[in-house]
Ligand binder design. Structure first.
Ligand SMILES: [Zn+2]
Length: 172
């Protein structure tokens, strides 16, 4: 719940959203960087938590906070600041990229659901266990990563199936 956490806006996270959108206009075609805000939770992460980041539609208490902050976002990605600091650049990129794939077509409501355990378009490139990979491809340096257009089309072609947010499940 939004009301028992302390949030700050992550400028680094927002910057990454922008960079990824610029670099992957096809994969992230639904993403309008101005509509997304990355919020870091300042509190200590709970031990029982099994997600790295979560994207939500802005409403309720968060909407009130963001209105006060004059931040007109439609979606927010929440993550824990302590964890963000500990993540490699590669992991940060893939976590944010993953969350951005949840952003729906403007015609659809809700968020895009995972097509498999994760997103097929991600697993196809970095495998199910990417959260534990020591060598994630850099999404921003060098040539853009070439994602499977088949998986992408499948994911983006079914706006009716879009539903509630899903968390990234970390492999333990
Ligand atoms: Zn997800």
């Amino acid at each position: 719940m939004a009301d028992d956490k302390s949030y700050t806006i992550s400028d680094e996270g927002n910057q990454l959203v922008k960079q990824l959108r610029e670099r992957y206009p096809n994969e992230l075609k639904n993403v309008i960087p101005e509509e997304i805000v990355v919020m870091q939770i300042e509190d200590e992460p709970p031990k029982s938590k099994d997600w790295a980041a979560k994207i939500h539609i802005v409403k309720g208490a968060i909407k009130t906070i963001l209105t006060i902050w004059k931040c007109p976002a439609k979606f927010y990605i929440e993550l824990y600041e302590d964890e963000w600091r500990a993540w490699s650049n590669g992991y940060r990129q893939w976590v944010i990229f993953h969350e951005l794939l949840h952003v729906p077509d403007p015609e659809a409501s809700g968020l895009v659901k995972h097509d498999v355990e994760d997103f097929g378009v991600i697993i196809d490139k970095v495998g199910f266990d990417w959260a534990n990979s020591p060598s994630l491809p850099d999404l921003l340096a060098g040539a853009p990563v070439e994602f499977s257009q088949i998986y992408l089309k499948r994911l983006q072609g079914s706006p009716k199936k879009q539903e509630r947010p899903e968390d990234i499940k970390l492999v333990e």
